[in-house]
Design a protein around this ligand. Structure first.
Ligand code: FNR
Length: 376
């Protein structure tokens, strides 16, 4: 109880996601706001991920001594305090001048792993240096030039990242109506390619260093960003480049989850990229149960797309997720109050989760596995 009141005094930004989004909108340039908030497909598609959680209700249990709650989980041999990670989000400089550095400082202060994006403004090494802990992961956009992809992975390993997340759903950018109307793609203005500009192989492909000719660098980026020709067989190449666990992000079909296992992958993230890639895409929470069943505990199954509250976390974990990722909420915290804003968003989400667990009669994630939800 005390915890809740402490939160009330500390809050510097709105607590509810809906208010947070409205406030962030006021603080951001309109194009940047829509780049974060909108999705592929129609404006209502943007809400599908969150609505999908309403199909499930939590069924609390009573008199089970929940005074001590252990919400930690183990992922790839290391224990994290909560089943929560910060989703990889590129180009955070359009949200706040300190971008990824503010976010990783906030996440790491709470022991939360931060997944650093290939498309970050800050080079992955600099981001890691800003962290207080070393349990962070690197997210790879596999570029058409596979030597660049390999170089990114090697840099991530050398910088101390603990896992490689390969995002499969963004071999091309999705049809995002708002961004097209706004003629807005931050990368074409040189935002969000900072991590590429720092890459020795990327630089070696340029005739002039980007400090002298940024246009050439942007053109190269646009030419190599994604590779729609990738197939399952290409994962062998990636495996040969690193000893880190490889986690596939963007899995939405149980057969793809099985393929991931067959190809020796170490984990998967059930995700539809926050609805930003395919219009009318199936919500990740809707396919999570069948994917968890297909994987059958062989590797961790993480989930993102639509996590907004503690109850959403409870539902995802009860439906088979080992942990969840959160995206837009921490972006809005960043927009409103930089590092402190991110911290507040994460703290509120976790306090809500912790209370929801305790009041539902559950003291650990394992206890969520049995009849924690009712489907309506
Ligand atoms: C993303 N996401 C993303 N994913 C990824 O693998 N690499 C990236 O660089 C980005 N960039 C990115 C930018 C912005 C502005 C958003 C909103 C999202 C997707 C992200 O990792 C995650 O899948 C979703 O954000 C999860 O959905 P919610 O929590 O935002 O609903």
């Amino acid at each position: 109880q005390l915890k809740v009141y402490q939160h009330m005094e500390e809050n510097i930004i709105p607590v509810s996601f809906e208010e947070l989004e409205l406030e962030a909108k006021k603080n951001l340039e309109e194009k940047a706001y829509y780049y974060v908030a909108a999705s592929a497909g129609s404006p209502t598609d943007a809400r599908r991920n969150t609505f999908a959680f309403e199909k499930y209700e939590i069924v609390p249990r009573m008199l089970r001594d929940t005074s001590e709650r252990d919400l930690s989980v183990e992922l790839f041999g290391s224990r994290i305090p909560f089943p929560l990670l910060c989703a990889p989000i590129g180009v955070q400089s359009i949200i706040h001048p300190e971008g990824e550095l503010a976010s990783i400082r906030a996440a790491s202060e709470m022991g939360i792993p931060f997944i650093s994006s290939t498309a970050a403004t800050s080079p992955l090494e600099k981001t890691m240096e800003a962290a207080e802990t070393d349990n962070h992961w690197f997210q790879l956009y596999w570029s058409k030039d596979r030597e660049i992809a390999a170089s990114m992975v090697k840099r991530a390993e050398a910088a101390g990242y603990k896992a490689i997340v390969v995002t499969l759903d963004t071999t091309m950018l999705g049809w995002r109506e708002k961004d097209i109307e706004n003629t807005y793609l931050p990368f074409l203005q040189g935002e969000g390619i900072g991590n590429y500009l720092h890459d020795p192989v990327f630089r070696s492909r340029l005739e002039k260093p980007p400090e002298e000719d940024m246009k050439e660098a942007i053109k190269l980026w646009a030419g190599i960003f994604g590779d729609p020709s990738l197939t399952w067989e290409d994962l062998e190449f990636l495996k040969s480049q690193t000893t880190l666990p490889i986690v596939l992000k963007g899995i939405l079909h149980p057969d793809d989850a099985k393929q991931a296992l067959q190809h020796g992958m170490d984990g998967i993230i059930v995700s539809n990229h926050g609805g930003r890639q395919v219009g009318s895409v199936v919500p990740a929470i809707d396919v999570l149960p069948e994917i968890a069943e297909a994987v059958d505990g062989k590797v961790p199954v993480l989930m993102d797309s639509g996590i907004r509250r503690g109850s959403d976390m409870v539902k995802a974990l009860a439906l088979g997720a080992s942990a969840v990722l959160v995206g837009r909420p921490y972006m809005y915290g960043l927009a409103l109050a930089g590092e402190d804003g991110v911290k507040q968003v994460l703290r509120n989400l976790l306090a809500d989760f912790d209370l929801t667990m305790g009041l539902s009669g559950r003291s650990s994630i394992q206890e969520l596995r049995s009849k924690a939800l009712k489907r309506v």
